[in-house]
Design a protein around this ligand. Sequence first.
Ligand SMILES: *[C@@H]1O[C@H](CO)[C@@H](O)[C@H](O)[C@H]1NC(C)=O
Length: 362
Amino acid sequence: MAKQWLVFAMVLVLGTLVSVTTAASLATFIFGDSLAEVGNNNHLQYSLARSDYPWYGIDFTGRKATGRFTNGRTIGDILSEKLGTSSPPPYLSLSQNDDAILQGVNYASGGAGILKETGQYFIQRLTFDDQINYFKKTKERIGAKIGAQAANKLCNEATYFIGIGSNDYVNNFLQPFLPDGQQYTHDEFVELLTSTLEQQFSRLYQLGARKILFHGLGPLGCIPSQRVKSKTGQCLKRVNEWMMEFNSKVQKLINSLNKRLPNAQMMFADTYPAVLDLIENPTAYGFKVSNTSCCNVDTSIGGLCLPNSKLCSERKDYVFWDAFHPSDAANEVLAQKLFSSLSSSASAPSPSPSPSLPPKPE
Ligand SMILES: *[C@@H]1O[C@H](CO)[C@@H](O)[C@H](O)[C@H]1NC(C)=O
C-alpha cells in the first residue's frame, strides 16, 4: 500500500491555490494511494490495506488512528493547514446527500495503483479507475444540488491532485511471485503504465477536470521495504532508475496532453530530488535515521506497523514511520519544501525549480 511515498498530493493542488485568494471557495479532489489516504479503506470491510488501528495516528489529534498511513499527518493535511483550509473528507465516509462534496472529496485508497491488477492481494482497495468512477458519481450528485451547468463550472475550476504509481511497483512489478514482473520488461511496463494513465487523464478531462497536479514517484529504492533486499541495506539503484524513468515518461505525457486538450493545465511535480535529499542527508533536516523505520516492522509480512510492533523512543528522529511511509516529521519537511517551491513557481514568471507550472493558455 503505501508506497508512494511522496504523495504530496494535496501539496500541489494547494500550491496552485496559493496564488488564488479565493482558495477556500474552490473545490479540491484528491486521487491516490496510501500516501494521500485519509480513511476510505476503513469502509472496506475485507481490505488488508488498512491503518485504522494503533500505532497509526499516535501523533494525530486525539491520538486517533483515522486510516492515514503515518503516525500523524499526511503531506496533504499539512498543506491544508498552511492554507487554512480543511483536508477533504474520504469519499466513502460521506452520506448520500452530503454538502461537503461541494468543497472537495478525497478518493485515495491504500493499495491502489494505476493498473487494475495492482494491489489485488489486499482484497479490497479503490483502484484509480474506481476512484474516477466515484468522481463521476460525485459530479452527478453536485449536479443534483446546484444544476448541471454549475456543476460543470465547479469541476472546471477545481484542482485535482493525483499521487499514484508507487503500488504498481512495490505491490506489483517488484513482487517476484506476481505475473506483471515476469511478463514485462521495465520498458514495456512503464509503457503500460503511461498508456493507462493517458486514458485515465483523458477521462478526468472529459468529466471536466482542467487543473490536474500529478505527483511524481519518490526514490522507492530507498524505502525500508526495498532496502532490506540489499545485503548491505543500501538503496536499490535499479529501482531508483526505474522511478526516474517513470517520472520522465509521465512528464512527457503531461506536456503532450497540455498541447492536445484545450484549456488543460496539467502539471507534473517532481518530488524525487527533495525526498532523496532528505534520505541522504537526514541530519541536515534534524533527523537521525533514514535507513530504517521508527516502527519495528516485519518486512517479511508486509511492513505495516501492527499493534504488537515496537516503536522507536523518539519518533521525530526518523524519516520513515513504517516500511513504506514517511513519518509526520518527514511529511512536515516535505510539505514545507513543496509549499515553498510551488509558491515561488506560482508567483515567479522566471524559470522555476522542480515543480514547474505549464504555461497557461490565457
Ligand atoms: C543504518 O545506518 C547506520 C549508520 O550508518 C548503521 O549503523 C545501521 O546498521 C543501518 N541500519 C540498517 C537497517 O541498514
